[in-house]
Unconditional design. Structure first.
Length: 194
């Protein structure tokens, strides 16, 4: 049995460097900021961005909002506004696991107050989208619509049975090195153009 990881420790080191590591201090700051935001009742919804990344977090928070308000809520995500450490493919911005990040939905009049709280705690923050009454989940990059789908098509966001399962499957194949760069790009483009 042989593989590149047995032959070359450099590859193993590179893979280990790509694994998300938690930062307890940053986590504490984020917790304090989120508690303050909750205390002042500035958020309409809040979701941590864990293993499913922005895609799952945003779907979950909008779905809860739809259930709570009985409105045909949707959202528009501007992925070019999502802070990243390095250049990433659009799909990776949506599905990458994020440590110590929260997605917060607020009324427009509370955005500046929330940003001030994050500044006070010296935390990076960005407005990455907005909710609306279209009933659609839309993703844009530099104002170009990459993807749109009716929120009703996401029946159970916890089993990720729609778009997210396709993206997760392709990402897994790419991570395992099964897809060539060209195959990955074609698959990603196919999903985003649906």
């Amino acid at each position: 049995m042989a593989s590149a990881t047995f032959v070359d420790n450099t590859i193993t080191s590179e893979l280990k460097n790509n694994i998300q590591k938690s930062d307890p201090f940053l986590e504490k700051l984020l917790l304090e900021a989120c508690c303050e935001i909750s205390e002042y009742k500035l958020a309409e919804g809040m979701q941590d961005m864990g293993a499913g990344g922005l895609l799952c977090a945003s779907l979950e928070v909008v779905k809860r909002g739809r259930e709570k308000t009985n409105k045909d809520l949707g959202c528009e995500i501007a992925i070019d506004n999502v802070p990243t450490k390095y250049e990433m493919e659009h799909t990776n911005i949506l599905i990458s696991e994020s440590q110590e990040r929260m997605l917060i939905v607020s009324k427009k009049e509370n955005v500046d107050k929330i940003c001030e709280i994050f500044k006070k705690w010296d935390l990076e923050h960005s407005v990455i989208g907005k909710t609306n009454n279209t009933g659609k989940y839309s993703v844009k990059f530099e104002n170009e619509l990459l993807y749109t789908q009716n929120m009703d098509s996401f029946n159970d966001v916890h089993d990720y049975s729609n778009l997210s399962s396709e993206i997760i499957k392709i990402k897994k194949l790419d991570d395992e090195g099964i897809l060539s760069d060209e195959e990955y790009k074609k698959a990603k483009d196919k999903i985003l153009k649906k």
